[in-house]
Ligand binder design. Structure first.
Ligand code: DGJ
Length: 741
């Protein structure tokens, strides 16, 4: 049993295998947060933890109860304007203009398992993995507004998923000005906030800052989760490392505007809020209507950030990503984007495809430029039919040729976009998101379709469906190359315009939902100029995402290492590209490029038909090697060892290990070679201390404890006695660690 309720004291104790989450109904039906952390015993109540002293400058609940001061409580889902001056979890404007509410606990239900949410990506328990859901009902009597707080406990991954649902049973409409998914009031502020920040081509760099008094927040108002800030954040004790120490993880199953906020109050209570960004949000709730928030994912461990990443990775594999992808090895692909950009014809593409087949690659992906008359990024978005100048026999016939080679076939779409130079725009100029009589701002020379309108989604669905059927498509790369400006829908009334950001995302989810249902064998990879929409909302439909447009091996070390804190390897599209690198101009060895890309959904992004025989031979070996170890790379337990975000960032290393702790692959990367360098060690992780292992087929065997505690001595990679000196800059070393039978 995961959910323990003490009826007398109205205490709710949610237990996972290693954690406890406790809250209690306090006076006046207010929910008080009691504890979240390492598992503790179930008791009827935890009065000590709720102890509060009278604070002279804090408003009292009433004249009769001067000691009950809600501004001094740790709460579950707090309001504003009635004595708690911290930022609230929700706000409701009523027909008289008031924003004051008074939700009181009413009753609760416990249900086995976890249902999916309608219309939103969400977690589930399709495998009877022991999930239990607690629904706590609260009511504001005056306006007959109900609030359900949902908590699902996933005991074996130490995860709790939360959301809120507002239901208007009253006679008047109300407006939600804020409706966050989760609130957590922690009792102190001794935490570092760890966020993953960046921009295009520099996504998810780790930034760690101690909490300070006041509000600190990461958010997006771009109508994408964004490369600037990822919705995944951690709160870790200052001493916490990848290997040890307390850490909480928070994420949101959502792809639009989000807010992750921590407010440290005057008593050092740290209030965490996670959900849809209240900036640029409002939702009109007519009588009999409900508003369901997206789900927030929370996880805790006292055992360091590697453990946190691993338990969340296991959770997403079991309870977020479609069950069929859980262990499905992702195909090795070649994508023509960096090979040809817009300049291709069927012959050029087929040469790449034929070479791919020879090298053992499994899928050919045709990127941007196959439709309309798109020879640059100014045209044709929305015209999802073939450009006969490039593929004269049609995309269906081209797909047949690729399939006949024995390869899978994938295609690029940017379904949410429209170019002014397109047939779609000629027919439906009003489908372009804009404010009438005002300038519409282009981004990458293109505009966005009003996905809040069902007829727009229908039209795109119909066009995509036709192509999917014609091509017997195996894979879709779903791109999204700009943020949304002039957010407005000509189809919505004035008082509903602030609903537009959320309605837009619901439209995107609707298209995903329909396509994934109708074409269950198509594998989707999401992309937003690379990693601009790397979030759990997308992952529900598309189990992998293009991690970054930056394919430079050195840059990817940071990007993939940072991403790995919140997302498992199988979610990270990672390709080997040409040198000098398109984004940085850097020349790195082919071996290093592959050694970085192996830790993800692997592929190539260069003109393999133009490689030298020697390079082709190397690629063939890489492909064969990856196939042999693909499951370990994509689904193995990942341990980060040396962080590129520490010190001068010159070294990065990590390791994947299988469930039996019999096989592991560790890789150590070095950015620049230092002359006459000191000896360094690579301390492995995750091995069985008592097992003996060979390292790279060594004759000598090593105990797991030896490899983990004493480490492997790393000497210089630069051989200054060699006749031809090879640079050891941008080098990588791979260690195959295999248990001796
Ligand atoms: C941005 C993507 O990240 C690239 O991989 C490529 O698909 C281009 N868009 C095509 O326009």
């Amino acid at each position: 049993m995961a959910i323990h309720v003490d009826e007398t004291n109205q205490t709710f104790h949610l237990q996972t295998d290693h954690t406890s989450y406790i809250f209690q109904v306090l006076a006046h039906g207010i929910l008080g947060q009691v504890y979240y952390g390492k598992k503790i015993h179930v008791k009827p109540q935890y009065n000590e933890l709720l102890k509060r002293e009278l604070k002279t400058d804090t408003p009292a609940y009433s004249l009769d109860e001067p000691r009950f001061q809600i501004g001094d409580l740790k709460q579950e889902y707090s309001d504003t304007g009635t004595g708690d001056f911290r930022r609230p979890a929700y706000q409701v404007t009523q027909s008289n203009g008031s924003r004051i509410t008074d939700f009181k606990y009413d009753h609760y239900e416990v249900v086995q398992g976890k249902q999916r949410l309608a219309g939103l990506p969400s977690t589930f328990d399709d495998t009877d993995d022991g999930a239990e859901t607690l629904i706590v009902h609260l009511t504001d009597e005056l306006i007959q507004l109900d609030l359900e707080l949902n908590y699902t406990v996933f005991p074996h991954q130490d995860v709790i998923v939360r959301s809120a649902n507002f239901k208007n049973h009253g006679v008047e409409p109300v407006a939600l000005n804020a409706a966050l998914s989760a609130q957590l009031d922690l009792p102190d502020k001794q935490y570092d906030l760890i966020q993953f920040a960046g921009t295009w081509a520099r996504e998810r760099h780790l930034v760690r800052t101690p909490l300070r008094s006041g509000i600190q927040a990461i958010d997006s108002v771009r109508t994408t989760s964004s490369p600037q800030q990822n919705p995944f954040m951690m709160l870790a004790r200052p001493q916490t490392t990848d290997d040890r120490g307390e850490v909480f993880g928070f994420n949101l199953v959502y792809s639009g505007n989000f807010l992750d906020q921590v407010e440290v109050d005057q008593w050092n209570v740290s209030r965490v809020l996670v959900g849809i960004n209240p900036a640029e949000f409002e939702w009109q709730l007519a009588p009999d209507k409900a508003f369901q928030t997206p789900e927030a994912v929370m996880s805790y461990t006292p055992d360091g950030m590697n453990q946190l990443s691993q338990q969340m990775a296991a959770f997403y594999g079991e309870h977020l990503v479609d069950v069929k992808y859980r262990r499905m090895e992702r195909p090795i692909l070649v994508n023509n984007w960096e090979a040809t950009y817009f300049d291709f014809n069927d012959e050029k593409l087929l040469n790449i495809a034929k070479q791919a087949k020879k090298l053992g690659i499994e899928m050919f992906v045709l990127d941007d430029g196959w439709f309309g008359h798109r020879n640059d990024d100014h045209t044709s978005l929305g015209d999802w039919f073939v450009d006969p100048k490039k593929l004269p026999n049609g995309v269906g016939a081209f797909a047949d040729e690729v399939h006949d080679l024995g390869l899978k076939f994938g295609l690029w779409f940017e379904p949410e976009m429209i170019s002014m130079d397109s047939e779609l725009y000629q027919k439906h100029p009003d489908w372009l998101i804009h404010v009438p009589k005002r300038r519409a701002t282009p981004g990458r020379n293109q505009y966005v379709l009003d996905f809040s309108r069902p007829e727009v989604v229908d039209a795109i669905y119909a066009m995509m469906s036709k192509v999917i059927q014609d091509t017997k498509l195996d894979y879709i790369k779903w791109d999204m190359n700009r943020y949304i400006t002039e957010m407005y829908s000509t189809a919505l009334p004035a008082d509903r315009q602030l609903e537009m950001p959320h309605r837009y995302i619901l439209g995107v989810y609707n298209l995903y939902e329909r396509l994934t249902k109708a074409y269950p064998d198509v594998l989707f990879e999401s992309c937003a100029s690379g990693g601009g929409r790397f979030d759990l909302g997308m992952m529900y439909y598309a189990p992998q995402a293009w991690t970054s447009d930056d394919t430079d091996a050195v840059e990817r070390m940071k990007i993939q290492f940072g991403t790995s804190y919140g997302y498992p390897q199988a979610m990270m599209g990672a390709h080997v590209s040409a040198v000098p690198n398109e984004q940085t101009g850097r020349i790195t060895p082919l071996e290093t490029r592959a050694n970085v890309a192996f830790y993800g959904a692997f592929g190539y992004e260069l003109d393999i038909s133009k490689m030298s025989d020697q390079e082709a031979d190397e690629v063939k070996k890489q492909v064969a090697f990856y196939k042999q170890h693909r499951s370990l790379y994509q689904f193995g337990k990942l341990y980060r060892m040396d962080s590129p975000f520490d010190g001068d960032g010159n070294v990065m290393s990590w390791l994947v290990v299988d469930e039996q702790q019999a096989h592991a692959i560790a890789t150590r990367y070095q950015v620049l070679n230092h002359p006459n360098a000191p000896y360094e060690r690579l301390y492995l992780r995750g091995l069985d201390p008592d097992k003996q292992y060979r390292v790279n087929d060594s004759t000598e065997t090593y105990y797991g404890d030896e490899l983990m505690n004493a480490g492997i001595v790393i000497g210089s990679e630069f051989d200054d006695t060699a006749a031809v000196k090879n640079s050891a800059d941008f080098s990588s070393r791979r260690f195959m660690i295999d248990a001796v039978q």
